[in-house]
Ligand binder design. Structure first.
Ligand SMILES: *Cc1c(COP(=O)(O)O)cnc(C)c1O
Length: 438
């Protein structure tokens, strides 16, 4: 397998050797280590617009975008200005600020299902808090989640399906006792029959169902309209809360998030709680959870559900998020983003066809996925049928040609407003060569 090492320069390797001595695996989040594709990751020195540059000065067209936040491209001038101005006023106060209100108002206006919102510092923290709130508000224990959906790394969510239908989950990480995941029921994504069965058996004990409305952590897998509708109906019928984890999809697939996309197909559709992250912080550590007022008012200091954070609502992060949300409200922003993403995927499918490589792709707004499969997968198990070796070869081939994509076939791709038609064309030129080399 040709790895990036063959083209990469000594400096990235030297940095990795140094990192390995003081940081476990050399990285601060596992996917960055290139474990699934092999080779040494480029160490990123700076970024601007649609590009990142590594420690050797090599430029890449960036389709990771910090895993989602960089919807405007990197270091957008208006956002940079807002963050610099905020920095001059102080880094953190641990006290209420007007900017927090402005961001909360903006979020609630753009996502009308959120009547109130609380700001936190990571998607993990937001999901963990939303689940505690759902359990506190309903007085129930069980959580329903779906295989292939990621909701951060809180203990109760690091779980995979048990061996049979409606059995409780097994921990997927050492350090998580089975007792902690025994209240988490993991079902197949898009599995309507399994969902019906789970609610028939456990409905009265289910506090919440948490889902990614478009699976963005098993590459890109859309929830069917029927699945989405039944999830809403079953939660309502059994008094469970429906939590939409829009950390990845929020403000990226549409201004109103994936929930606005489904609301077009299902009149009146809304989740009870929504979790946001990534774009909402514009690249700063900021996330949020919110929803119906009556539920949100169960949180401390009003209610009995405890939740807190020293850096929550941090003034630099709120400045960055607010400036980002203002920019994406420009007329036609998401239509242009979607058109650019379609152009990329149409070109990719065309080049794959020319090269005789089976490839399918799907996208919504600025989020996309492509698969070395003849048909689009509907759940994690189908995604896992992809040829991992072929994927790794394609990945390294693209990287060597200056195209930076996710180093795992279970990750989605991200297009920003800074990607130009010329960037897409250059990407397709590289992809044509890489696909032929397969
Ligand atoms: C990224 C992500 C998270 C976790 O967010 P962090 O900020 O990395 O903790 C949770 N849910 C989804 C859907 C995500 O994509």
């Amino acid at each position: 397998m040709p790895t990036h090492d063959e083209q990469a320069t000594a400096r990235n390797n030297a940095l990795m050797q140094r990192a390995l001595r003081c940081i476990p695996g050399g990285v601060n989040s596992p996917v960055r280590a290139f474990g699934a594709v092999g080779g040494t990751p480029p160490f990123i020195a700076r970024a601007s617009g649609a590009y990142v540059w590594d420690a050797e000065g090599r430029r890449y067209i960036d389709y990771i975008g910090s895993w989602g936040p960089a919807i405007l491209g990197h270091t957008h001038p208006a956002v940079l200005e807002a963050v610099c101005a905020a920095a001059r006023e102080g880094f953190s106060f641990g006290a209420p600020t007007e900017r927090e209100i402005e961001l909360a108002e903006e979020i609630c206006r753009l996502m009308p299902s959120m009547e109130q919102v609380r700001l936190v510092s990571s998607g993990t923290e937001a999901c963990m808090s939303a689940i505690r709130l759902a359990r506190g508000a309903t007085g129930r224990k069980l959580i329903v989640k779906f295989e292939g959906c990621y909701h951060g790394h809180a203990d109760a969510l690091l779980v995979k399906a048990g061996s049979g239908l409606a059995t409780f989950g097994q921990p997927t990480s050492a350090g998580v006792p089975p007792e902690v995941t025994q209240h988490t029921l993991t079902l197949p994504y898009n599995g309507v029959a399994e969902l019906e069965a789970a609610f028939a058996q456990h409905g009265a004990d289910i506090a919440c169902l948490i889902m990614e409305p478009i699976g963005g952590n098993m590459n890109f897998v859309r929830a069917s309209v029927e699945f989405t509708r039944r999830a809403r109906e079953l939660c309502t019928a059994h008094g469970a809360l429906l939590i939409y984890d829009e950390v990845m999809t929020g403000f990226r697939v549409a201004l109103g998030g994936a929930q606005s996309v489904y609301a077009r197909a299902i009149p009146g559709f809304v989740p009870d709680l929504t979790v946001l992250g990534k774009v909402v912080g514009g690249g700063m550590p900021l996330a949020a959870f919110g929803g119906r007022r009556a539920v949100m008012e169960q949180l401390a200091p009003l209610g009995p559900v405890y939740q807190a954070g020293t850096l929550s609502g941090n003034p630099l992060a709120t400045a960055c998020g607010l400036a980002t949300l203002r920019e994406i409200q420009r007329e036609g922003f998401h239509d242009e983003l979607a058109a650019r993403t379609h152009r990329l995927l149409d070109g990719l499918m065309r080049e794959a066809k020319n090269a005789g490589v089976p490839l399918t792709a799907d996208c919504e707004g600025g989020l996309f996925g492509y698969f070395l499969l003849p048909e689009l997968p509907r759940n994690y198990e189908e995604v896992a049928r992809s040829n991992a070796q072929q994927f790794a070869r394609l990945f390294h081939s693209l990287l060597a040609r200056g195209v930076y994509t996710a180093p795992s076939l279970y990750e989605a791709g991200f297009v920003s407003a800074a990607h130009t038609d010329a960037d897409i064309d250059a990407t397709l030129h590289a992809a044509a060569q890489a696909l032929r080399a397969l």
